[in-house]
Design a protein around this ligand. Structure first.
Ligand code: XMP
Length: 489
């Protein structure tokens, strides 16, 4: 029986502003708590996911969030090719070892090399014969003093070839650091016994690992990324996204307790059994059971809770989010994953403050998905707007009229079948919030602080040993600054 069972009865549902975390005996310091969350096949040191929305998650935000220890979910208001290209961009942003380095043939010109390096934002390129045999490497250093008149020359005239420092396949990152350091070079090609190029280790990638030790990385040291698929395009998108190296697929629907969504989960599990699937969105025990039985590896919870959602107004349907998380988390305990834990629950929608994040975990979440909270940061798509002396960024629901003119319409499937789209979201804007890493610092700082008040050294202590209390309107008023004129927020 959960410690909070008494709070959630059958007739009334609660959301973030209805509850507070009860401070408990504590001997943990916020700076020392562990925010790592194990989501079955995925481990996040910072349990934040970004929403699959076209004003939130494209490659730049996914890269930054994965570097901070969370994970981004790329939206699908893009063609399949564009979405897969976003996956590819994240996977190439950082590597332990680049396993398929971009290379050029010895017959390429300097102009070809400049164009390629600019397009892929790389500072050097190995030169390989058609067999794959490495013959040299062209880096910024080699072309520093070149001008327009050299552009038609062959890369072989400028590349470094004798001596060419290489290392054998299987070289560890530590060994690579020593070689790079010894030869004062920045790129180390890995070759096999036949001299064929098999990988590349760069100083830049090594530095990135040192700078961001919490980053969410795959087994090859690349950043992890998720991507959204719909019910109608599941097979086509899954195929392209899997080929691009996506780490987790998210069935992106407003109502996940439907035969279409269950079938989409089965399609992925059958075609790509190794690829984790997040099913959703649901808000009930029955919804969790159905998705779990279909094979979902994680469950996304929330209907109508999002800050830009109008589903509850338009359709009259939904469930206040803290009750939804609690009910789904209770159901998830009945579905064990490999290793013995409960099926992971992702709380999606309505999380705006760091305090909401703490409450979501106490209600039973394993990670939270954020739209509003991240939409104002530099890395989110869209330009800054100056309105009345303040900076803003556009943030819109994927069910808003504007977004549904793109490919997002089938998220709200029933309306589409009738040949018309009934908007279930608004187009809005949020305050500009600066770089993502500062925003994440604030959010995680709040989560750590909440863990300190609860006496929770790790997230399981929030989930299993921390009490929520219900508050009244007076309690909510008391929670916010009151009886003062706030000068600075
Ligand atoms: P927040 O509160 O972070 O919520 O802004 C983001 C989540 O809201 C969902 N979403 C929508 N729900 N109409 C809806 O009813 C919409 O137009 C819409 N767009 C996004 C989605 O689950 C997202 O992660």
């Amino acid at each position: 029986m959960s410690i909070n069972a008494g709070l959630f009865d059958h007739f009334e549902s609660l959301t973030f502003d209805d509850v507070l975390v009860v401070p408990g005996w504590s001997d943990v310091l916020p700076a020392e708590v562990d925010t790592t969350s194990s989501l079955g096949p995925l481990t996040l040191r910072v349990p934040l996911m970004s929403a699959a929305m076209d004003t939130v998650t494209e490659a730049p935000l996914a890269i930054s969030l994965a570097r901070e220890g969370g994970i981004g979910v790329l939206h699908r208001n893009l063609s399949v090719e564009e979405q897969a290209a976003n996956v590819d961009r994240v996977k190439r942003a950082q590597s332990g070892m680049i396993t398929a380095p971009i290379s050029l043939s010895p017959t390429a010109t300097l102009a070809d090399a400049e164009e390629l390096m600019a397009a892929h934002k790389i500072s050097g390129v190995p030169i390989c014969e058609s067999s794959g045999r490495l013959v040299g490497i062209l880096t910024n250093r080699d072309v520093r003093f070149c001008d327009e008149s050299d552009m038609a020359s062959l890369v072989t005239e400028f590349m470094t070839s004798e001596p060419l420092v290489t290392a054998p396949v299987g070289t560890t990152l530590e060994e690579a650091v020593a070689v790079l350091h010894k030869h004062r070079i920045e790129k180390l090609p890995l070759v096999d016994d036949d001299g064929l190029l098999r990988g590349l280790i760069t100083v830049k990638d090594i530095n990135k690992r040192v700078e961001k030790p919490n980053a969410t990385l795959d087994e090859k040291g690349r950043l992890c990324v998720g991507a959204a698929v719909g019910v109608t395009d599941v097979a086509e998108r899954a195929e392209a996204l899997a080929a691009a190296g996506v780490d987790v697929l998210v069935i992106d629907t407003a109502h996940g307790h439907t035969s279409g969504v269950l079938e989409a989960v089965r399609t992925i599990k059958k075609g790509w059994p190794e690829l984790p699937v997040i099913g959703g969105n649901v808000v009930t025990r029955e919804g969790v059971d159905a998705l779990a039985d279909a094979g979902a590896d994680m469950i996304k919870v929330g209907v109508g809770a999002g800050s830009i959602c109008t589903t509850r107004i338009v359709a009259g349907a939904g469930m206040p989010q803290v009750s939804a998380i609690f009910e789904c988390a209770q159901a998830a305990k009945e579905h064990r994953v490999e290793g013995g834990g409960a099926l992971p629950i992702i709380a999606d929608g309505g999380v705006v403050t760091s305090g909401d994040i703490v409450k979501a975990f106490v209600a039973g979440a394993d990670a939270v998905m954020l739209g509003n909270a991240l939409a104002g940061c530099d890395e989110a798509p869209g330009e800054l707007e100056l309105v009345d002396g303040a900076m803003w960024k556009t943030y819109r629901g994927m069910g808003s009229a504007g977004a549904m003119r793109g490919r997002a319409a089938d998220r709200y499937g029933s309306a589409q079948k009738q040949g018309k789209h009934v908007a279930e979201g608004v187009e809005a804007r949020v305050r500009y919030a600066g770089p993502l890493h500062e925003l994440v610092n604030q959010l995680v700082g709040g989560l750590r602080s909440g863990m300190g008040y609860a006496g929770a050294g790790e997230l399981d202590d929030l989930r299993y040993r921390t009490r929520l209390t219900r508050i009244t309107g007076a309690g909510l008023r008391e929670s916010h600054p009151h009886d003062v004129d706030v000068l600075r927020d």
